[in-house]
Design a protein around this ligand. Structure first.
Ligand SMILES: O=C(O)CCC(=O)C(=O)O
Length: 247
């Protein structure tokens, strides 16, 4: 299946699109279980350090005994189960359409974003392409799969509708953090929350501005972000040979 006409219009207009189900419940449950296993391994120091990003100090203390994990990179390196989801034809048909009718598709990278209950910190506003630098900008899309239900309370993504039409705006780094934020003197627009049911996904254009708030709820929020690029794109920040080819 590919995009319906209203979905296509919504994606072109807003720069993002929520799809309520991309994973069948059994697959979502298996993904959830496997991701918890990887997170527990990381908490116990059984993951390579390069793949794990911890919550900043104060938030980690909030969990008292365990370090709180913020990000886990490259699930596709974990083998077939994850690779099959990354290659899921339903997801890839949508990705192909959203990236200019891609004939070949690569995974630029993939990462699980975690917001542990009560202490998951915010992700400030940004455009993904301020990190990736894929051109044309429309040749990439992020598919953010909600492993847990993502709500306003536990830190779903918030988007500025239509902000993908602004072009790539200047960003500045926030010192001592891994974050970039827009550095502009014009209004960017109002952020709108995009809740996603567990097993659903939100797809966003690499220029659509988004952020997520801290998780102050008792419910963890985990999402697997798959950043796809059309094989015809220019990608100066990473070689295609080093990426995982999905189609
Ligand atoms: O999951 C989050 O809180 C941030 C995710 C994000 O910025 C992205 O997937 O591009």
């Amino acid at each position: 299946m590919s995009l319906s006409a209203p979905q296509r219009e919504a994606y072109d207009r807003e720069g993002y699109l929520v799809v309520d189900r991309v994973l069948e419940p059994a697959r979502r449950e298996e993904l959830s279980r496997r991701v918890w296993d990887l997170v527990h391994a990381a908490e116990e120091g059984r993951q390579s350090k390069e793949r794990v990003l911890f919550e900043p100090g104060a938030a980690a203390v909030a969990t008292a005994v365990k370090p709180a994990i913020r990000k886990l990179s490259s699930l596709v390196a974990e083998g077939e189960f994850f690779q099959q989801i990354a290659r899921d034809p339903f997801i890839l048909d949508l990705v192909a359409e959203m990236t200019g009718g891609a004939k070949s598709i690569y995974l630029y990278n993939d990462q699980v974003f975690l917001k542990p209950a009560f202490c998951g910190s915010e992700k400030p506003l940004h455009q993904d392409n301020s990190y990736f630098r894929v051109t044309p900008h429309s040749h990439g899309v992020t598919c953010w799969v909600a492993i847990d239900e993502a709500t306003e309370e536990n830190g779903c993504l918030n988007y500025i509708p239509g902000s993908h039409k602004l072009g790539l705006v200047k960003h500045r780094e926030i010192p001592q953090t891994p974050h970039h934020v827009p550095d502009v003197d014009f209004p960017l627009g109002r952020e709108v929350p995009a809740p996603v049911p567990a097993g659903g996904a939100v797809f966003h254009h690499l220029l659509c501005m988004h952020s997520s708030k801290a998780n102050q709820s008792p419910h963890p929020r985990r999402a697997w972000a798959l950043h796809y690029v059309n094989g015809a794109a220019a990608c100066p920040s990473r070689k295609f040979e080093e990426m995982f080819r999905v189609r």
